[in-house]
Design a protein around this ligand. Structure first.
Ligand code: SAM
Length: 211
């Protein structure tokens, strides 16, 4: 019965509860570091990823899975960021979720969401969408907005997911981030598990660097 109700709830978000034949292994204890980076089987990751691609927040596409949302909520509550910069706005759903999330914690946080395609259909008082290319963030409005930024800073890199883009973001935000602040590079697991094959280049480049 509980399983049936859970499946109905999950189905709304595009997920399906499946019985796991083998218990999930502990990530820290038994993964082969050369082959796997996650305790979930690939089939479960694929289902979760498919659901995340269909998820909407307040009717707007928000490309996050339930684990992302739970971990972001916890991290925001723990670190109480004064500024959040998101690279990769897509439809603006994740930025809107961040905006509501900080409000629900009564935080005075400013959110800047940057994308090569600016979002105009979403707005909130603590949220600003900017146009910018992850490879040339110095040319965007960000440097002037971050001049007297409210701390702590939290950066979410959810842009094109290619090696060069992530590296450019790390180099740009290195100037701003202080010890104890967070930069999150999204989608490492789906890239490693080649669930999004077009992003395999990122993994390959990373593997090349290791050798
Ligand atoms: C995965 S989506 C972002 C998803 C969004 N954060 C969410 O959770 O709903 C990636 C976004 O990166 C943007 N993008 C692609 N190349 C970019 C670049 N060079 N600079 C900045 N953004 C880029 C795309 O336009 C797309 O909207």
């Amino acid at each position: 019965m509980v399983r049936k109700i859970a499946n109905k709830v999950l189905a709304l978000a595009g997920y399906k509860l499946v019985r796991c034949r083998k218990p999930f292994r502990s990530v820290s204890s038994s993964l082969d570091p050369k082959r796997e980076r996650c305790g979930l089987p690939k089939s479960a990751l694929e289902t979760i990823q498919a659901g995340a691609m269909r998820y909407t927040y307040k009717g707007i596409s928000c490309l996050k899975n339930p684990f992302d949302l739970a971990i972001y909520a916890q991290l925001i509550h723990q670190t109480k960021p004064g500024t959040i910069v998101e690279i990769g706005s897509a439809s603006g759903g994740s930025a809107l979720w961040l905006s509501d999330q900080v409000n629900s914690f009564s935080l005075d946080t400013l959110i800047y969401s940057v994308d090569i395609n600016v979002v105009t259909a979403v707005s909130a008082p603590n949220l600003k969408f900017l146009v910018g290319d992850i490879h040339h963030l110095d040319d965007s409005e960000l440097p002037s907005l971050l001049e007297n930024l409210r701390r702590p800073l939290m950066v979410i890199e959810d842009g094109p997911h290619y090696f060069d883009g992530s590296l450019a973001a790390l180099e740009f935000f290195d100037k701003y981030l202080m010890p104890g602040e967070y930069i999150i590079i999204e989608d490492g697991i789906v890239i490693f598990a080649t669930i999004v094959p077009s992003l395999a280049q990122c993994t390959l480049r990373r593997e090349e660097k290791r050798r």
